[in-house]
Design a protein around this ligand. Structure first.
Ligand code: ZN
Length: 138
């Protein structure tokens, strides 16, 4: 039987994530290794810490794409000029109408460029409250 060789890009560190019960997995990708070693956060929490960082940038990513948090789900929208986020996994092809909760005029925005990044885990929800609501079309 052949043994699988150790892959240095993927390694479980001793101990668990500081933020959840997951084991901490070390990955040499996109600078995540350094962050994860520093913060002792698992891959999932590292992802959500990045999203928390977007919130601290004023609900946008470093390139200005808009963050929406609706019903506990995290979305990223962008303009054609801004282009796709570099880390895009999947982009929806539906038109999304929304208003921002801190907009007293309740301006309805429409976008076709939207990435559903996932449901915000319970242990991040308190720090990442909704900032928008869907508006039914029409
Ligand atoms: Zn974690």
């Amino acid at each position: 039987m052949r043994r699988t060789r150790h892959d240095p890009r993927y390694e479980v560190l001793p101990g668990t994530c500081k933020l959840c019960p997951n084991k901490v997995v070390y990955q040499q990708a996109a600078g995540a290794d350094t962050r994860m070693a520093t913060y002792r956060a698992c891959r999932s929490c590292d992802f959500w810490l990045t999203c928390l960082g977007y919130m601290m940038l004023g609900d946008q990513d470093p390139d200005g794409r808009r963050v929406l948090r609706i019903d506990g789900r995290h979305y990223l929208t962008w303009t054609k000029d801004q282009g796709l986020p570099p880390e895009i996994g999947y982009a929806g092809s539906w038109v999304l109408h929304y208003t921002l909760l801190d907009d007293p005029r309740e301006t309805v925005h429409a976008t076709e460029e939207v990435w559903l990044m996932g449901t915000i885990p319970d242990h991040f929800r308190a720090r990442m409250p909704d900032n928008a609501v869907f508006v039914p079309p029409g």
